[in-house]
Each structure stands twice: as C-alpha cells, then as structure tokens.
Design a protein around this ligand. Structure first.
Ligand code: TRP
Length: 349
C-alpha cells in the first residue's frame, strides 16, 4: 500500500514557540517517525509576503529560523521534505488556474480570511491586498501539488482546508478526476491546540511579549515563567486557587507528564493531584512556577541544543532546504503537467 501524503508548514514570519510545539510540531514529528506517511513541510515565505509585502527582509530571515525550529524538534531531512514555497514556481502556476474556480463572494465568506482581515485592520485599513485575500487559493495549490491527503493545521485554518476541498471538487468535476482530496487534521489533544500567552492572553505573540520561543535561553524561559500571570484571587498560600484561566496551570496540563512529577515534584503523582491541592488551598504560586520552569527546561533543553548545533552551520541548513526544494519541484511539476493536460493546455506534448 502506498503511504498517505502529509503537507503542512508555517509562514516565515517569526521563530516558532511552545504553542507551535504543542499544537503542531510534536505531532508532526511523531507522524514522520511513524513511517506511515510521506511528509512535506512547507516554509511559506510567499504566503508570509501577502501581509508583509513591505518587509521582505523579515520574511527572508525567518525562513532560516523556521527551518531551524523544524530541525530542532526532530524533522529529519532523511524522512521528510522541507522546502521553501517561493522556490517552487509550479505553486504559483497552479494558483492562477485555481483562481477561476473560486468566486470573490466565496472568499469574502471564508471565516479565516474574514477574521484575519479584521485582525489586520490597522495594517490594511479598508484596502486588503489581493494576494492576501486570495491566499486560501495559493494554499490549495500548496496542498494539491503534492497530492496531500492529510493536512495538519491549526483550528483557525480549517476553513482554508474546506475551501481547498471545494476547489478540488470543482476541478475534478470540470476537468476530470485529477486532484487528490485532502482532509484537515487538528491536534488531537484539545488543550494543546490553544496554548495561551504567558500573560493569559489567548494568543502568543512577539509584540505582546508573552511568548516562549523554542530557541529561548534557559534564563529567558525562567524569567518568562517568573512573570507569568496566575490566579489574581489567590493572595495567600492558604487561599483556594483557580486553575481555570490560569496560564501556569494551563501550561502544566499540556506539558507536565508523570515523569516530570517523579523527577521534580514527587509529592504529586500527576497534574490532577497538583490542581486539586491548588484549588483546595495551601499550595503557593512560587512552588508551582518552580515546577513549571523545570518541566519547560526539560522539554526545551534538547530542542535548544539541537537548534544551536544546526545554527552553527547555516550553509548546511540552506543545503537541506535546497535539496528539499528540488524534490518538491519535481513532485509539483508532475502535478502541474497533469493539471494542464486536464485543462487542455498541453499544446507541445
Ligand atoms: N497558512 C499556514 C500558516 O499560517 C501556512 C501554510 C501555507 C500551510 N501553506 C500551507 C499550512 C499548506 C498547511 C498547508 O502558517
């Protein structure tokens, strides 16, 4: 039986953080290592430009950062294809043909596009770039170029995958069975899908100062944990505490495994016991934060070390991307040939 194909990735707009790790990267590495899939990881620099047209230097620099983050968590170029979107022009070509299969009204109704336009109001004003508006079509090209059937994404991206499904359906109905039908896959662990900022804000963002990046130093992680928000009503140790909307506990529920308790806080067996004590009262924030710091240090140390190893030789990382991109182009070119034949654009064959 042939393996299922995965296509996933991120825009090169900044280094990746623990939210990406819990919500996407950990499962990505596990799926890669399961041997059940052929995995493509796209570094979406062209898509990053759709709302960063004025900042090409940022988009370029972050291609290396995103590559380092993927390699650091265990994406293995011997098993997965890591490539740069803009260097696969076949994706742009597919996008142009798919544009005929999507209406302006349908894009305007896409919830992802709608909410991202709302979130970018300051940047865009009332004039949204066509490239941004149409990025779901380009994402359909990314997915279909590789015949991907499994597309791991964040929940917020699901409407983009649904739009891809519509494009595939329309293409196949119009031009004959040509494209593979993909399905979106969100992280199975519901809590891990939404890691809040260290300040409890629903979103982690560099500008908010509430992130813990995968490449952060041990000191930076410790400092971030120290300043984390907890329960504002938990004033004295003996007061009953709230674990809900308390980012320290949200992080622990996602990241703390029984082996972390055994190693660093053996008086509790697991998260449930710790949370129960906090809610009862008698457990101080300092102790809980100290434990969270140990947990995060334990998880991030090997990632940071691998990242630093790869970062010593950026030329070698670029070589990994170059080889991945060559392979990606070969695969995408075969799809474009199929697409053009189906559309009767194969004049010289
Ligand atoms: N939209 C994704 C992000 O915001 C990046 C991306 C581009 C992507 N093309 C893709 C994700 C195809 C999954 C499949 O980071």
């Amino acid at each position: 039986m042939s393996k299922e194909i995965i296509l996933t990735g991120e825009r090169s707009t900044g280094p990746l953080h623990i939210g990406h790790y819990a919500g996407a990267l950990l499962s990505r590495v596990n799926m890669q290592n399961s041997g059940k899939y052929k995995t493509f990881v796209i570094i979406a620099d062209a898509q990053a430009l759709t709302d960063n047209a004025d900042n090409p230097q940022k988009v370029r620099e972050n291609v290396l950062q995103v590559a380092l983050d993927n390699l650091a968590v265990g994406i293995d170029p011997a098993k997965s294809t890591l490539f740069i979107q803009s260097q696969v022009p076949e994706l742009t070509e597919l996008t142009f043909y798919y544009m005929n299969l999507v209406t302006v009204a349908r894009l305007q109704r896409n919830p992802t596009v709608k909410s991202e336009i709302a979130a970018n109001r300051e940047k865009f004003g009332s004039s949204v770039p066509v490239g941004f508006f149409t990025y779901p079509i380009s994402q359909a090209a990314d997915i279909t170029a590789f015949d991907a059937t499994v597309v791991p994404v964040g929940e917020d991206q699901m409407p983009v995958i649904e739009q891809t499904q519509e494009i595939v359906h329309k293409f196949n109905a119009t031009y004959g069975e040509t494209l593979a039908m993909p399905r979106g896959l969100v992280e199975a662990n519901e809590k891990a899908r939404r890691v809040p900022g260290t300040d409890g804000n629903a979103k982690m963002g560099k500008s908010l100062g509430n992130v813990i990046n995968l490449g952060d130093s041990a000191d930076t992680i410790a400092a971030q944990v120290k300043t984390m928000f907890t329960d504002p009503l938990h004033l004295r140790v003996e007061d009953p505490g709230h674990t809900e909307n308390n980012p320290v506990f949200t992080y622990l529920s996602i990241f703390a495994k029984p082996e972390h308790f055994t190693a660093f806080l053996p008086e509790y067996k697991n998260y449930a016991e710790l949370a129960a004590h906090y809610e009862r009262g008698g457990l101080g924030d300092v102790k809980v934060k100290k434990f969270l710091n140990e947990v995060l240090q334990e998880i991030l140390r090997p990632i940071r070390q691998r990242r630093e190893e790869f970062a010593k030789d950026p030329g070698e990382v670029m070589e990994i991307l170059r080889r991945g991109t060559i392979h990606a182009r070969e695969v995408a070119a075969a799809t474009v040939a199929r697409v053009k034949k189906a559309m009767k654009l194969d004049y010289f064959d």
